[in-house]
Design a protein around this ligand. Structure first.
Ligand code: NAP
Length: 231
């Protein structure tokens, strides 16, 4: 039986690596992003949508559920950041960050959770960031949005437990993608020094911890955050 996984934000960055990796593992992967994707595979479907668009998310999830009769795994990866001192942060950007990072994660958890509950099985992984425990100056809104994702996930872990669904979080350290392209290298070097392990994270580090959470034998692990790099 082929496992079915939804990953958000698969056009580029960590989400793209995740989609390619889980396709190699033989899963059916449904991904999404605001722009088209050039990822081609008979086991991959791409949906062009904004994760904060409720109707679009409902329609994507119901189409996948109808076609495959199951959704086993959800990785809420789509996310945006804007690194600015809070004096300089426009409210329109605050809105955009919360819509993508918090509303998007909530909508996918709600819609996919309902489908998973019918089979009494599911694994949800939400992506947070080291910026939360580091309380990074210049990232107040981004870190606050991910702190909201953490609390949301910890509570959903309780709400979904009776349905055989676990909800956990991975908090990667800095990984070299477009998300951190504009962060000055001196700032990144300082951040790496604050970690126990002084190197950038890689997509492999992320797969490794997600794989642990996806295992059937991880059914007792829920509401937990794995921060990588020793924050
Ligand atoms: N890179 C790091 O250092 C780092 C560290 C810790 C945590 N993270 C987290 O890891 C996740 C992935 O980050 P990344 O570094 O891979 O970022 P990235 O390279 O900027 O990629 C972000 C992905 O999300 C999609 N996306 C953004 N907004 C969206 C929206 N509203 N609706 C649908 N898709 C959307 C983008 O595609 P479109 O532009 O086409 O929509 C893209 O595929 C994020 O949640 C981020 O907070 C990253």
């Amino acid at each position: 039986m082929q496992r079915v996984m939804i990953i958000t934000g698969t056009r580029k960055g960590i989400g793209r690596h995740l989609a390619e990796y889980y396709l190699e593992q033989g899963y059916f992967v449904a991904g999404c992003s605001r722009s088209e994707s050039d990822l081609l595979s008979s086991n991959y479907s791409h949906y062009c949508l904004d994760v904060s668009d409720e109707l679009a998310v409902k329609s994507m999830v119901s189409e996948i559920a109808k076609k495959h009769k199951r959704i086993d795994y959800l990785i809420n990866n789509a996310g945006i950041a804007s690194m600015n001192h809070s004096f300089l942060m426009p409210i329109s950007m605050v809105d955009k960050i919360f819509r993508t990072n918090v509303y998007g994660t909530f909508l996918f958890c709600r819609e996919v959770g309902k489908i998973m509950s019918k089979k009494k099985y599911g694994r949800i992984i939400n992506i947070t960031t080291f910026a939360v425990p580091f309380k990074l100056e210049g990232e107040a809104i981004y870190a606050a949005s991910k702190a909201a994702v953490s609390t949301l996930s910890e509570i959903l872990a309780r709400e979904y437990a009776d349905y055989g669904i676990t909800v956990n979080l991975i908090g990667p350290p800095a990984i070299q993608t477009d998300l951190i392209r504009n962060v000055p290298s001196e700032k990144l070097d300082k951040l790496l020094q604050r970690q126990a392990i002084h190197r950038y994270g890689t997509p492999d580090d992320v797969f490794n911890s997600i794989n642990y959470l996806l295992q059937e034998s991880s059914s007792m692990v829920t509401g937990q955050t794995i921060y990588l790099g020793g924050v």
